[in-house]
Design a protein around this ligand. Structure first.
Ligand SMILES: CC(C)(COP(=O)(O)OP(=O)(O)OC[C@H]1O[C@@H](n2cnc3c(N)ncnc32)[C@H](O)[C@@H]1OP(=O)(O)O)[C@@H](O)C(=O)NCCC(=O)NCCS
Length: 199
């Protein structure tokens, strides 16, 4: 199989491609079907967040319609007034004080989604998407949340391998759902497994 080419797309191209992007999300995360319209709305809204950056992985030389998208990731600058930012800010402040929350979140790149279609996992695409997303970002830190499961999920292992550390574990976001870990690193990402970092 040909190696996927990574491509940065702007927010308009991202919004135009929400169908295939959501299909990769659904295949990777297997959420209940009734959650997909809500996820579509959230992703659409994320595209207008500040310094939005999206990277897609697609097979070279094939039309970008129906099944050629192998993975995607996107993020944006975290700011007060954004739901995830405000929830995590409050939790970090409670856990470690307001300065701790500010150090991690006041100048942060929030990676909101990173998914590789199951047919294409385990071949380095997720790592390439993450490092490309974070490359050259102007923010001081990168932060994200991911399912907190034992043993570690592939995502947790990937994030640890680029130097991300646990900021919160077993965290319950408002509205229910499984426990999450919030992870972060000082940018730039480590090229390989690094010792814990502190901003
Ligand atoms: C997490 C995910 C994006 C990783 O993408 P991927 O292309 O499969 O991962 P890569 O091949 O680039 O591997 C990167 C690292 O992830 C970890 N990893 C990947 N697959 C793994 C597996 N099956 N078991 C354990 N670790 C694994 C390893 O640390 C790996 O590094 P290594 O190859 O040097 O050991 C992908 O597995 C995925 O989409 N999973 C489902 C959705 C999800 O959890 N998304 C993240 C939400 S926060």
């Amino acid at each position: 199989m040909k190696e996927a080419k990574l491509r940065e797309i702007d927010h308009r191209a991202f919004q135009r491609r929400l169908g295939p992007i959501l299909a990769v999300y659904a295949a990777a995360m297997r959420p209940p079907a009734e959650q997909l319209p809500g996820r579509h709305t959230i992703m659409d809204r994320h595209a207008s967040h500040p310094r939005f950056r999206a990277v897609v992985a697609e097979r070279r030389g094939v039309l970008p319609l129906g099944g050629t998208l192998q993975g995607f990731g996107y993020g944006f600058a975290g700011e007060h007034g954004q739901w995830w930012h405000d929830v995590v800010y409050a939790a970090l402040a409670e856990a470690g004080g307001p300065e701790h929350a500010a150090r991690w979140l006041d100048d942060s790149f929030e990676v909101a989604e990173l998914h590789v279609h199951p047919d294409h996992q385990g071949r380095g695409l997720g790592r390439r998407l993450l490092t490309t997303l974070c490359e050259g970002r102007p923010e001081r830190t990168v932060v994200l949340s991911t399912l907190d499961r034992r043993p570690d999920t592939p995502a947790r292992r990937l994030y640890r391998s680029v130097g991300m550390v646990d900021l919160l574990t077993g965290f319950d976001f408002p509205g229910g759902g499984p426990p999450y870990a919030v992870m972060g690193a000082v940018l730039p990402l480590a090229a390989y497994e690094a010792a814990s970092s502190s901003p």
